[in-house]
Design a protein around this ligand. Structure first.
Ligand SMILES: [Zn+2]
Length: 336
């Protein structure tokens, strides 16, 4: 498949309380990307294949309906996808913590993990930068950006160091996930408007995860459209195929002051409750006897999500993006 060179930086989104924070990496990476999508079968997204300089593969997704919109319109939609991915990661980790604290010695649950997701921003250097280059905002609500020159003092050899005088122009944003090997099989557990009613260990766990999301966030978030890749070449010690969840939907009531495509909010959460019937996993995890409105002192602390208890993102001391090892945080695909 035909490819072209690409120069990019990475950006990361983390949900925090009822808000989220975004950080942008300063190292500049290069690689190649397919000139056309290699998969156009998705309803919402086109999928490109990106090869990094170390040979690792990632999928890079763009939003179909916004293909011809300007950079910021597209960026916000991609950032929304990254917010949902972060919600999934946070709630899955809290679900695992709750399962480990349940029963006498913890309740075994199926082996789910989430695909490591980041945003890749394609950049371009103007060969004739203006004398007084302005720094670009890092998001549409104009958070100040750090100058790239300050953070690339001693870059690893595979990272190119742009001239300090140049400010890159942002061209396109992609939602990036590690590339799944051909051996992996897609498994769908629920739809965006249909609760799952799955049998078996994995299915029971996925249904309980959806139920847990509503209980733990006090009916503010529902994880929907749960799907994952089961990989026969990536098994647990007990021989179960690890399931990597990705691209899930979330219906939520949080006000991010922007429209999030596909978020049905309260209606989506209520629909789930009408459709869901608890399976064995919900029972052993104690979810069937808790409702979203159960008071804190009448439920296990592990059934209260940080997404509904954390302080507002602006009131805490944030980990500065400069402290994050972004070389490590750019996912390395399956080459390792
Ligand atoms: Zn249930």
């Amino acid at each position: 498949m035909q490819t072209r060179p690409i120069t990019f930086i990475g950006a990361f989104v983390e949900t925090f309380g009822k808000s989220f924070r975004q950080s942008e990496a300063q190292p500049v990476y290069t690689g190649t990307i397919t000139t056309v999508p290699f998969n156009t079968s998705g309803i919402m997204k086109d999928v490109y294949l990106l090869t990094r300089e170390d040979g690792s593969l990632m999928v890079a997704k763009t939003i179909k309906s916004l293909a011809h919109e300007d950079y910021w319109t597209h960026y916000v939609a991609v950032e929304n996808e990254a917010i949902r991915a972060s919600m999934l990661t946070t709630i899955l980790e809290e679900f695992k913590t709750h399962a480990a604290a349940s029963g006498m010695n913890g309740i075994p649950i199926y082996d789910f993990r989430t695909a490591e997701t980041c945003i890749i921003i394609e950049i371009e250097y103007d060969s004739n930068p203006p004398a007084a280059a302005k720094t670009l905002p890092t998001s549409s609500n104009d958070k100040p950006s750090r100058a790239s020159s300050d953070d690339v003092n001693d870059p690893p050899t595979h990272i190119s160091s742009p001239s300090a005088s140049e400010t890159p122009k942002k061209i396109r944003a992609y939602l990036c996930e590690p590339f799944m090997p051909d051996s992996a099989r897609l498994h769908k557990f629920s739809g965006s408007t249909h609760a799952g009613n799955n049998q078996g260990f994995a299915g029971n766990t996925a249904d309980a995860l959806a139920h847990f999301s509503v209980i733990a966030t006090k009916a503010d978030v529902l994880l929907a459209d749960l799907q994952g890749f089961m990989d026969p070449n990536n098994k647990t010690d007990e021989g179960r195929e690890i399931c990597t969840l990705f691209d899930s939907m979330a219906h939520f009531t949080y006000d991010y002051r922007r429209e999030v495509l596909g978020n049905r909010g309260r209606a989506g959460i209520d629909t789930f409750f009408h459709q869901h019937s608890c399976g064995a996993m919900c029972d052993v995890l104690g979810l069937a006897v808790i409702s979203p409105s159960t008071e804190d002192h009448k439920r296990p602390p592990t059934t209260i999500s940080s997404l509904c208890t954390a302080d507002d993102v602006h009131s805490v001391d944030l980990k500065r993006p400069d402290d994050i090892d972004l070389t490590r945080r750019i996912p390395d695909g399956y080459s390792q």
